[in-house]
Design a protein around this ligand. Structure first.
Ligand SMILES: *Cc1c(COP(=O)(O)O)cnc(C)c1O
Ligand SMILES: [Zn+2]
Length: 449
């Protein structure tokens, strides 16, 4: 007797042009732009097939799988595989048990700013220390599937990176034995971020340019079919990253918050959040979309500028140096996708200066968080929206923390020893004392007074 067909065999997805040109392409095809208009691609799911299951059935399925151990469903990404990349066989999935990150109720910080329902989604508590793992597990798994099908000429997977994409790609590549090359802007990533791909054995190319310069080169390498492109121009990344939206709703028992605030650079994650929230509405799991705040560093703010000028398109700028190095991007690849997300989610764009992001980090850390500079940008934006009254006292607000602050020790230390070019209003330096009980006692007494 034939075995019954695999339950998810009916679900499928393909690449389509984001602007709506004709044509669809298998996810295993190394294609990154629409062959007709050269625009961005997106992953389109067979929604009719997904609708054959009720919203209640999907919710229960996702809840039953959440953080359990049956391969590969304990992963926050693969637990939603039918919505992500339904056709990857189990044995080709490369997973580090991504997702399932904690939601921190920022009660004290919320009280300080007058928001009673403030949460931080800790995406940095991940295998490689940033949310990039959510997308990379999908991309690397599909690459293995493409290799297994003989559909891939390139044997090296590569990316341009501001530090976290390369760390994640190097980890997933090493986990399955794929050769990885990463292009980094020399001197613009943290020590930890540089060490990560080195430790995983990736070929690390440190180029004397910025992220946008690295991106131009890696796109040309992909065009020459020397490498498979792992940047978020490749919509496979967005499919994995969109599960953070689903997970946020799931963690609130399938309710969506009023606001999501997201630190953004290349703008792929903004598109991913929208894709996740929209899919839940389309399939009836949730009733509405949250409002979106795209938070940018003032020194790298092309989307903010477009927003303020009411422009439909985001013009490239030369990004200036920012402590929020992972979002120091002047020419965001996913700008058209993010503009669509902003429109649909009644969104706003806010920015944070270097002083503001550093102060927001220090303030949040005083309440028990430990925040990377990008999360600082999102928190500073949140403070501003609250002060403007756009965020109301009773709104449920989720700030997405994109990376683990342990990767940014230079930033933290520099703030507290006052060597950064920002105002260190909350600096806390160690007190150097001899091993003398009286002097130590005196220092302790000063806490109480
Ligand atoms: C990649 C990254 C971002 C920005 O995400 P985009 O999709 O490029 O907008 C923000 N914060 C951190 C820590 C990142 O690594
Ligand atoms: Zn097109």
């Amino acid at each position: 007797m034939e075995p019954p067909p695999r339950d998810d065999a009916a679900f499928s997805a393909s690449f389509r042009c984001f602007a709506g040109c004709e044509g669809s392409f298998p996810l295993t095809r190394p294609i990154y732009r629409c062959p007709t208009c050269d625009g961005l691609l997106e992953v389109r799911h067979d929604t009719a097939a997904l609708r054959t299951r009720s919203a209640a059935t999907w919710r229960k399925l996702f809840d039953d799988r959440y953080k359990r151990t049956v391969w590969p469903y304990g992963s926050g990404v693969w637990g939603k595989r039918e919505w992500v990349a339904p056709e990857v066989p189990d044995d080709l999935i490369v997973s580090t048990d991504e997702g399932g990150t904690n939601l921190f109720w920022a009660e004290r910080l919320g009280k300080e700013i007058g928001v009673s329902d403030l949460w931080v989604k800790q995406c940095g508590n991940a295998h490689s220390g940033s949310f990039k793992d959510l997308g990379m597990t999908v991309l690397v798994s599909v690459v293995r599937q493409a290799i297994a099908q003989g559909a891939l000429k390139a044997r090296v997977v590569a990316c341009a990176s501001t530090g976290d994409t390369s760390a994640s790609l190097a980890a997933y590549g090493a986990a399955c034995g794929l050769p990885v090359a990463v292009l980094l802007p020399r001197g613009l990533v943290s020590t930890a971020q540089l060490v990560q791909p080195l430790a995983h054995g990736a070929t690390v190319l440190a180029l004397d340019t910025d992220f946008d310069g690295c991106m131009t080169i890696v796109r040309e390498l992909a065009r020459r079919e020397l490498v498979y492109l792992a940047n978020s121009m490749n919509p496979l990344r967005i499919e994995g990253q969109k599960t953070v939206a689903i997970e946020i709703a799931q963690q609130f028992d399938w309710e969506v918050p009023d606001w999501v605030v997201l630190p953004s650079g290349n703008l792929g994650n903004a598109a991913a959040l929208y894709a996740g929230f929209k899919m839940m509405v389309d399939l009836g799991l949730t009733a509405r979309l949250p409002r979106l705040c795209v938070a940018q560093a003032e020194n790298a703010n092309p989307m903010y500028r477009a927003y303020v000028a009411h422009d439909e398109t985001v013009a490239s700028i030369k990004a200036k140096r920012s402590l929020a190095s992972a979002i120091q991007i002047g020419s965001p690849v996913s700008a058209p996708r993010a503009m669509a997300a902003l429109r649909a989610m009644d969104g706003v764009v806010e920015q944070a200066s270097e002083d503001e992001l550093a102060d927001a980090c220090a303030r949040a850390d005083r309440t028990g968080l430990y925040t990377c500079p990008h999360t600082g940008v999102a928190l500073a934006a949140t403070f501003k929206l609250r002060a403007q009254g756009l965020i109301r006292e009773t709104d449920r607000v989720v700030v997405v923390s994109t990376a683990n602050a342990l990767k940014f020790t230079e930033f933290k230390m520099g703030y507290h020893d006052r060597t950064l070019a920002v105002e260190s209003r909350r600096a806390n330096a160690p007190i150097l004392l001899p091993p003398d009980v009286e002097q130590v006692s005196e220092a302790i007494r000063r806490i109480a007074s």
